[in-house]
Design a protein. Structure first.
Length: 145
């Protein structure tokens, strides 16, 4: 039971995923700080408030007589959307674009005929059987003298 768990943990995918989560959390903290410390006050100034979190309030009256009214702050929603868009932009340009570039270069190299396997690698059994089948179908033989 522990052997299987050990193999699972030591597999590269799990460690890579753990590193990605830690880096993602740290990056999320940076984006949150930029949004709450720079962008929210700048946009909040347009609405004469200190922060977007309290901007654009809508008061919903109490449905029960004597109950307290509720406040919905649409500025907080706008701040969350801005934060999401910033994270998405950075992830796209920092991860997706470089990975697509590398994939495109690999595809071009493959199309240009560069061997994917080293030249000194012997042919596989399937390749040998395919060659034998093709030779037999053509009715030719090779002299192996």
């Amino acid at each position: 039971m522990f052997k299987g768990f050990k193999e699972f943990i030591l597999r590269g995918n799990v460690i890579d995923l753990a590193v990605a989560v830690v880096i993602g959390a740290a990056f999320s903290n940076i984006v949150t700080t930029v949004v709450t410390g720079v962008i929210n006050p700048a946009i909040g100034a347009l609405f004469s408030t200190a922060s977007l979190a309290k901007a654009l309030p809508v008061t919903v009256p109490a449905l029960i007589h004597g109950g307290a009214s509720a406040h919905i702050y649409f500025g907080a929603l706008i701040a969350a959307v801005i934060q999401f868009l910033l994270v998405a932009v950075v992830v796209y340009f920092a991860l997706v674009v470089p990975i697509n570039f590398v994939k495109k270069r690999a595809f071009v190299k493959k199309q240009e005929g560069e061997p994917a396997v080293a030249a000194d690698t012997p042919p596989t059994e399937l390749e040998l059987l395919t060659d034998i089948r093709d030779l037999l179908a053509r009715g030719t033989t090779t002299d192996a003298k």
